[in-house]
Design a protein around this ligand. Structure first.
Ligand SMILES: Cc1cc2nc3c(=O)[nH]c(=O)nc-3n(C[C@H](O)[C@H](O)[C@H](O)COP(=O)(O)OP(=O)(O)OC[C@H]3O[C@@H](n4cnc5c(N)ncnc54)[C@H](O)[C@@H]3O)c2cc1C
Length: 378
């Protein structure tokens, strides 16, 4: 442990807070600045699915390996977080049911299933009746399903509350309502300036400002992380008996993630709308219709709230994690749809890289420098 090391973190989403927690546990003096309240953007809104297996993409094997490794680390990460904070994060391990409700979606699901099996992923093919046996509130129209038994979930709001306590207990200094307006790169003493004009220096600055990571002044524009906002509209319903759902259910147009406190989270759109976070009738209609088609029993459930958040998406929709070309500045952003599942591997490996000279094999494919300068100017 090195008591002399100081880190300044910009952004109190799940990525910034968990890196801060890991660095503080390693003995770094950590100051974290969040312009609102921690988790107030994408992180608290997320459905909390740790769905590495169900969400594997055909062209995304490196990303899958990162998510899978992170999912392996989640149980220990959650246990430590719960024990240090004294809060429950609603870790659930029932698995994910991906369902098809017509011939076309069954064909598409079968292609994904064959690919998953080729990759050695632990999934089972179910008939519609077998799926209905497992999850009686599925629509009788379900023709087939894939059960990803190793996928888990958490309640991301509870994770954020726990991270706040664990971070401060480990000695971290948290400043909410503190907006960083510029970052001053430097090989040994990089720093930041807040909107109030305060300057805070450290040995490293971690840029973890989610979808806003590109907009902070100070770093040369071609060296900034090429991250854009991708809007997601999502809603919460109150579960009332006899309705019940045990598994995360994913259909062609929506997913449902049941939580232990009688809520079900239903999501989500993916829209390129800049920084517009308005909830729209069309967005909510689309999500609800997609969910109703696979679990019609939601029709009677009271609505708790509908919200929209901005996922941080990079140019290839994969995260940017590692030392940037701006001296002293480490990037941890661009986690797009996978920021919750990828939290433990990001936080633990990033903290090791900032603490030691070791380079993480897990993070190697996701370095900020992978884009060319012409990519970045485009
Ligand atoms: C609808 C929806 C559903 C999702 N579901 C899932 C899911 O089920 N599973 C999963 O793995 N992922 C999911 N995601 C993705 C996940 O939420 C994100 O990848 C993750 O939250 C990104 O975390 P972050 O810390 O990088 O960003 P954020 O949570 O957005 O945090 C960035 C923080 O930086 C702060 N900030 C910005 N600018 C400044 C500044 N200048 N100064 C100080 N602070 C600043 C912001 O206020 C914000 O709090 C979902 C996302 C959405 C929108």
């Amino acid at each position: 442990m090195n008591q002399e090391r100081t880190a300044v973190i910009v952004g109190g989403g799940i990525i910034g807070m968990s890196i801060g927690w890991q660095l503080a546990r390693r003995g770094h003096a950590v100051t974290l600045m969040e312009r609102g309240e921690i988790g107030c953007e994408s992180s608290c809104l997320a459905a909390g699915m740790l769905a590495a297996d169900a969400e594997v993409g055909f062209e995304e094997l490196e990303l899958y390996r990162l998510s899978r490794e992170s999912l392996e680390r989640w149980p220990a990460f959650a246990r430590e977080l719960e024990s240090e904070s004294g809060l429950d994060v609603d870790y659930r391990s029932e698995g994910t049911l991906s369902v098809a409700d017509d011939r076309d979606s069954a064909v598409a699901l079968r292609r994904v299933y064959d690919f998953q099996r080729e990759q050695g992923i632990n999934v089972d093919w179910l008939t519609g009746l077998e799926a209905l046996d497992m999850e009686p509130f599925l629509s009788p129209r379900i023709t087939a399903a894939v059960f990803a038994k190793s996928d888990h979930q958490v309640d991301s709001r509870k994770v954020m509350s726990a991270l706040k306590i664990a971070f401060e207990k480990a000695g971290g200094n948290l400043f909410e309502q503190t907006k960083v307006v510029s970052i001053e790169p430097d090989p040994t003493h990089p720093g930041v300036t807040t909107e109030a004009g305060d300057k805070v220096m450290g040995n490293v600055v971690v840029l973890a400002a989610g979808a806003w990571s590109k907009g902070i002044d100070g770093i040369d524009s071609v060296l900034r992380p090429p991250v854009r906002p991708i809007k997601g509209q999502i809603l919460e319903l109150k579960v009332e008996p006899p309705f019940a759902l045990s598994y995360v259910v994913r259909g062609p147009n929506a997913y449902l993630a049941p939580k232990s406190d009688a809520r079900v989270i239903v999501g989500a759109t993916a829209e390129e709308m800049g920084f517009d976070k308005r909830v729209t009738a069309g967005g909510i209609y689309k999500v609800l219709q997609g969910a109703w088609e696979i679990v019609p029993g939601i029709y009677e459930l009271p609505m708790i709230e509908a919200r929209a958040g901005l996922r941080p998406g990079s140019m290839d929709n994969e995260p940017l994690i590692g030392w940037s070309q701006a001296p002293g500045v480490y990037y941890a952003t661009g986690h797009y749809r996978h920021g919750i599942v990828q939290t433990p591997v990001t936080a633990e490996e990033a903290a090791i890289e900032m603490d030691t000279a070791d380079e993480s094999v897990w993070l190697a494919p996701f370095r900020p420098g992978r884009f060319t300068s012409s990519d970045l100017k485009a």
